[in-house]
Every structure is written in C-alpha cells, then in structure tokens.
Design a protein. Structure first.
Length: 287
C-alpha cells in the first residue's frame, strides 16, 4: 500500500443554485487574467500605453481559445466524430481539451489584428506577452488536476497523483497513482517565465528573441512531459504528435534565435537594464 501520494479533487464543479462553476474554466480565466496583468506591467515599463494590452487581448484571447479547441478536436477527432462520438461535445470547452499550439497560433493572429488596430509592433507585443503566456499555461494546467485528466504513467513515487477509479485508464483499473504531469508542467512553466524575465534584464535581446526563447524553453519541457503521458494520442515513429510538434517549434525558435543574433536591431527596451529601472506611476517597475 502506498503511504504517500497527491490527492485529486473529489469534484471539478461547484453549483451555486442552478449555476455550475467549473474549476477547469476558472483556471483558464485566472491564467488569462495573470497574463494580461503581467503584460500590462511589461508594456507600460517600455513606455507604451498599458491600455493597449487590453485592446489587443480582446482580439487575442477569443482567437486563442478557438484555436486551442480546434487543435484539440482536429488531433483527437474520435471522441467527437468517430464511432460512438458526439459532435456536440466539441463545443464543451469547460470539459477540457485546449491545445496550446492552436491557442498560440490563432491567438497570434488575433494579436496581429489588435496590434494593427493600435499601430504597434507585433514582435514587440510578443516579447512583452511571453512571460505572461508561460504563467497562463502554468495556472491553466491546474484545470487538468480538477478534471483528473492528462496524467502520466503509473508511479509509486510519494508525489504520485491518486486518480479515482472512474478516471483511470481501462488498461490499468487497479493502479491508483500516476505521474502528476500537470504539476510537472506547472513548475516548468513557472521556470520558463522566470528565465524570460531574467534573460531580458541580463542580456540585450533583439526584437522577437524573448518570444523565441519562450518557444524554445517551453517545448524542451513539453517534450519530456508529453513522453510521460498515457492518454490516447496519435503517434508517428514511436513519438506522440505533440512531441513532433515540440521538435518542430523548438527547431524554428532555435533557428530564429541564431539568425537574429547577427542583426543590429535591438528589442524595444523590454529587457535592458534601463528598462528594468523605469517605472510607471500605476504599474510600477518592469518584472
């Protein structure tokens, strides 16, 4: 009998009368709030109008949610359009299922629209939002904990996550504890956010390099975390689809970082020492 383990929530929904409050949705919303808050501080510390972040987020957030859901449905279609599937479940975002790759891709399109409307650089905004995006992912991962989903292989480690019988894999109904991949990614994403903030202050980064560093650092962690997961996924040459996506995104980010290193154009003062010393009367110093 395993003496130490991490418990799972008894339920992921609390009802206030007829109104259901779903923990997964609340985690996503809280992550968005954290990302907008941090991006406002970073944007204002660079001399921009912090309210521009709100205007851009109005476009980026809905596009990102739709993109994340589309990626999930397209890459996991059987539950929705396969034999015995329910197409209407594709609309039930609160039940889980948002792919970060689709969220970032379509969210970038929304951000581009918002940036054009405000007359600001998309690359500058991407550099500002990168640490907040990592924090949003960290907070959002707790939604998987409440839903008891996307956990890893069985483990007897003392931090193994106990999964209720109703949520266990059909192949191992008698095994109770699994790797808490949600927790691994939460910690990794926090580390990525801190890395980006530190790198911006320590080095004179070029325009777009902060976001490229985010993409490279995140995908390194996502690769090994994805390798631990046992939920159903398409595989190619022994690797899950998201592992291949991580490889592709990491490669693109690494190429950008190498090629941009020779450019003379520096980032907006996001990461410079002078920027970290600048203040905004309402937002404070850059973080």
């Amino acid at each position: 009998m395993q003496l130490a383990y991490l418990p799972s929530p008894a339920q992921g929904v609390v009802h206030l009368g007829p109104l259901p409050l779903r923990a997964y949705a609340l985690c996503i919303i809280l992550g968005i709030v954290v990302a907008v808050w941090l991006t406002r501080r970073r944007w204002a510390a660079c001399g921009h109008d912090r309210h521009e972040v709100d205007d851009i987020a109005v476009w980026a957030v809905p596009f990102g949610i739709v993109g994340g859901r589309l990626y999930h449905v397209i890459t996991s279609p059987d539950a929705y359009f396969g034999e015995g599937g329910d197409p209407w479940k594709a609309l039930r975002i609160w039940e889980g299922g948002l792919g970060i790759w689709g969220a970032v891709a379509l969210g970038a399109l929304g951000a581009w629209i918002g940036c054009r409307r405000r007359g600001v650089s998309l690359l500058d905004f991407a550099d500002a939002v990168a640490p907040g995006l990592a924090l949003a992912q960290a907070v959002g991962r707790w939604g998987n904990w409440f839903n008891q989903e996307l956990y890893g292989r069985p483990t007897t480690l003392p931090w193994g996550l106990r999964i209720d019988p109703a949520h266990r894999p059909g192949a191992s109904p008698d095994i109770a504890t699994y790797h808490p991949t949600f927790l691994y990614e939460f910690l990794w994403d926090i580390g990525v956010a801190l890395l980006l903030i530190w790198a911006g202050r320590r080095f004179a980064l070029k325009r777009g390099q902060t976001f490229a560093l985010y993409a490279a650092a995140y995908t390194v962690g996502r690769f090994w975390i994805e390798y631990l997961r046992i939920d159903e996924a398409h595989t190619f040459a022994g690797l899950r689809l998201n592992d291949w996506t991580s490889i592709a995104v990491f490669s693109a980010a690494a190429v950008f970082l190498v090629r941009s290193a020779g450019r003379g154009e520096r980032e907006a003062p996001m990461g410079s020492d002078t920027a970290s010393a600048r203040t905004d009367p309402e937002e404070g110093t850059l973080v």
